[in-house]
Design a protein around this ligand. Structure first.
Ligand code: SAM
Length: 358
């Protein structure tokens, strides 16, 4: 039996691969790659069926106190015009998401240095009271345990906090103001508070190796992440990494496929960054194990200013148009938008649970 066929058989049977085995699969080319993504696609269908969960993304503030060397929102980017949506604007965007049938909204922002926890908790509470059938995900970076508790008590269901890379040396280079272990502790705190936790990383970071990607995947597995956001790094001209190369779509597809095989029950989004990397990127990843899309419902007047990376897909399209194009794409590959909140399959077991130990 060929090595790749043997490794795929092993992970299908045991959900286990060693670091070196993952690296071998990350090197897969042509027919080997096709075999890997097909196995992941079948796994996705067995676990989740053909429904794709749509989550309405509200990019409510681009204020950020961090200086992450890859991100267009980093505090040193003085050309960006900064905004924070008002509570009324956020509520209107949530209403749009609900009207479009989305049963999850994701409130995302930079790591806003002065966003008061009380104000945000009040807003979460209003959204959850108005739309009790809608799940709420926060993605606002590192905060204290106390703040996470307040948001959870106010009704937040899920939290997306990507580790970005598990290579600590690389992490320090990319995040001069942030501490690797604090980010990790934040993830554990969120799990301890009963949030459904999303982790994730960027693929193709300058200095990142296949071994690093393998370590990341093993980390997501050990963390038992309910969601894993895997996106390509795209260089932004107003950052220190402006001249770094873009990764190949194929590497992103293989990473998503491996995530599906190692974490069969985790939600895996086809990220906006993969759509921005290549026109067929989203479709390719949806056929390599992904089962979630996060269409943007941020008001059009703010979209351009939430510029994480250049050429971000969908900045000109109103929420309804974006939904239509997602639905058309899903139909073209035999998929459809799934009803309901799309909670993590194991979520109820973790609510109120203890931190996972790595
Ligand atoms: N501030 C929050 C945090 O720290 O978790 C929310 C997310 S942050 C604003 C946006 C996400 O976009 C990051 O987690 C990162 O993975 C991604 N991102 C930022 N710059 C990027 C780039 N140049 N290419 C690809 N993805 C990027």
């Amino acid at each position: 039996m060929k090595t790749v066929t043997r490794l795929i058989k092993k992970v299908l049977e045991t959900q286990r691969l060693s670091k070196q085995e993952i690296v071998r699969l990350l090197w897969a080319k042509d027919t080997e790659k096709a075999e890997l993504t097909a196995a992941a696609d079948t796994r996705r269908r067995t676990v989740f069926g053909d429904g794709v969960h749509l989550r309405g993304l509200i990019e409510f503030s681009n204020q950020c106190g961090q200086r992450c060397t890859y991100c267009g929102l980093q505090a040193g980017n003085g050309i960006l015009s900064r905004y924070t949506m008002t509570a009324a604007e956020i509520l209107a965007a949530a209403a749009t998401a609900h009207d479009l049938g989305y049963r999850t909204i994701v409130l995302q922002s930079g790591q806003h240095p002065d966003m008061p926890a009380a104000k945000l908790a009040q807003l979460i509470n209003r959204i959850k009271k108005q739309w009790p059938d809608m799940a709420l995900t926060l993605s606002i970076g590192e905060r204290s345990l106390e703040h996470y508790r307040r948001f959870r008590t106010a009704g937040a269901d899920r939290y997306l906090l990507k580790q970005e890379t598990t290579n600590e040396r690389l992490y320090r280079q990319l995040h001069p103001q942030s501490d690797y272990n604090n980010r990790l502790q934040c993830a554990w705190n969120l799990q301890a508070l009963g949030y459904q936790l999303g982790s994730g990383h960027m693929v193709g970071l300058p200095g990142q190796t296949a071994e690093d990607i393998a370590d990341d995947l093993l980390f997501f597995q050990a963390l038992n992440a309910d969601m894993v956001g895997i996106g390509p790094f795209i260089p932004h001209p107003a950052t220190p990494l402006a001249d770094a190369p873009r990764p190949d779509l194929a590497l992103v597809e293989k990473t998503v496929a491996l995530a599906r095989l190692l974490l069969p029950r985790s939600h895996l989004p086809a990220t906006t960054s993969v759509e921005s990397l290549a026109p067929q990127g989203r479709k390719a990843v949806l056929q390599a194990g992904a089962n979630v899309v996060m269409p943007n419902v941020t008001p059009l007047c703010y979209r351009r200013d939430y510029q994480l990376y250049p050429g971000k897909a969908g900045v000109e399209q109103a929420a309804r148009r974006l939904q239509e194009s997602v639905e058309t794409e899903l139909k073209s590959i035999g998929r459809f938008s799934a009803p309901g909140r799309g909670d993590a399959p194991g979520a109820l077991a973790t609510i109120g649970g203890m931190p996972h130990e790595l």
